[in-house]
Design a protein around this ligand. Structure first.
Ligand SMILES: *Cc1c(COP(=O)(O)O)cnc(C)c1O
Length: 380
């Protein structure tokens, strides 16, 4: 017998309480029973997104909400800036290009955060920039971009909005939509929201809704205005992913019970312990200057292939983590610590990593990641 441990940056483990709620017989999405669930979900999402605005939901993976944000807020030929410091920043570039926007790409070396100065300069040089697209947490590199600072640059401009892919940000660290003046925040169900894949979310500021009123790009399923109109009547425009929405109600109740501030503190604590653990092994962080609290990207030691580490962890120890993509392939591993994760999950992940590294011939030299993490996580 071997247990399976999911320590990848999505999908993430689903709490038993949520699995149980989702296993109940399906209810009809136009019946009062669903309406009741949806009312709770709408309230809970506002708490989670720290906003008074409605949070829209779609039956899609997170990318659906990213595409929706482009299609609902801009018009062909609009000039936008995309921050490209990894696979998901690259995706903003692909989507905005697909919809015929004029894209200025800010290339950022992998493992680094964008410097707000670069965005400030571009905005100063281009007073017709209508949107800035960024990741709150670039999951492919483990970097947290300075969203708050960039939102401040955009906030003072009437005709520019900031669009934040917070798919591994929401529910991990603070991204208060209203307080920071974020214009669009999107996320998905299978990361910090502790659900199976299949729900995408988007919340818009008043300023972003004004952009929606004048945007002329084509859209059908991902029609934000239509979804808002329905949400205000306690409905979804189309058949929602009913079971996932029922699970979401449970997740939002859990987040409320823990308290959002405590949720953020837990993620910070787990991230801190993970970083300390891998550094104690003599490994370098891939994003030392701006590490995300969602996932820790670690450089594998010389002579070890990161893909072998991922494979050994999965096949020998039943632990699923992520490797690197593209230029980081084989060079890094990514240990996630977001969602339904606690202290002993981190200890498990680090312990398994030690074993895998030894199996692959890396001499730990008496060093211990587990011990370093324990010193941070023990409660006395
Ligand atoms: C997971 C993720 C996405 C979306 O991926 P989907 O497969 O569409 O859910 C987008 N951006 C970031 C930063 C992510 O971590």
């Amino acid at each position: 017998m071997k247990k399976q441990y999911l320590l990848a940056p999505g999908p993430t483990p689903v709490p038993p309480r949520v699995l149980q709620a989702m296993s109940l017989p399906i209810i009809h999405h136009r019946a009062p029973a669903y309406k009741e669930v949806f009312e709770d979900v709408r309230e809970g999402l506002k708490y989670l997104f720290q906003t008074q605005q409605e949070v829209l939901l779609f039956a899609a993976s997170g990318t659906g909400a990213m595409e929706g944000a482009v299609a609902n807020l801009f018009s062909a030929g609009d000039k936008v800036i995309t921050v490209n410091g990894g696979k998901f920043g690259e995706r903003w570039g692909q989507i905005t290009n697909t919809f015929g926007l004029e894209v200025i790409t800010v290339d950022v070396p992998w493992g680094q955060a964008v410097e707000p100065r670069r965005i400030a300069d571009l905005l100063a040089e281009n007073d017709d920039v209508r949107g800035v697209f960024i990741q709150a947490s670039e999951t492919s590199t483990g970097v947290a971009h300075p969203v708050r600072e960039i939102a401040e640059l955009v906030r003072e401009r009437e005709d520019t909005i900031i669009v934040v892919d917070a798919i591994t940000g929401v529910g991990v660290f603070a991204l208060p939509l209203d307080a920071w003046g974020l214009d669009v925040v999107v996320t998905g169900s299978q990361k910090a929201l502790m659900l199976p894949p299949g729900l995408a979310f988007a919340a818009l500021s008043e300023k972003a809704w004004k952009f929606n009123a004048t945007s002329t790009l084509p859209r059908y399923y991902f029609d934000f205005a239509k979804e808002l109109k329905n949400a205000l009547k306690g409905q979804n425009a189309y058949t929602p992913a009913v079971s996932l929405v029922i699970g979401l109600r449970e997740v939002l109740a859990m987040i409320r019970e823990e308290g959002l501030e405590n949720v953020f503190a837990r993620h910070e604590r787990l991230a801190t312990a993970t970083r300390a653990g891998v550094q104690a092994l003599g490994l370098d962080l891939y994003a030392p200057d701006a590490p995300s609290n969602a996932v820790t990207a670690v450089c594998v030691p010389a002579g070890v292939d990161g893909q072998d580490v991922v494979k050994t962890l999965r096949t020998t120890y039943g632990v699923t983590i992520a490797g690197g993509q593209d230029q980081a392939k084989g060079k890094i591993i990514r240990l996630a610590h977001l969602g339904y994760v606690d202290d002993l999950d981190v200890i498990t992940g680090l312990g398994a990593l030690e074993m895998a590294l030894m199996d692959l011939g890396y001499d730990l030299n008496e060093r211990s990641a587990v011990r370093a993490a324990q010193m941070i996580l023990r409660r006395k």
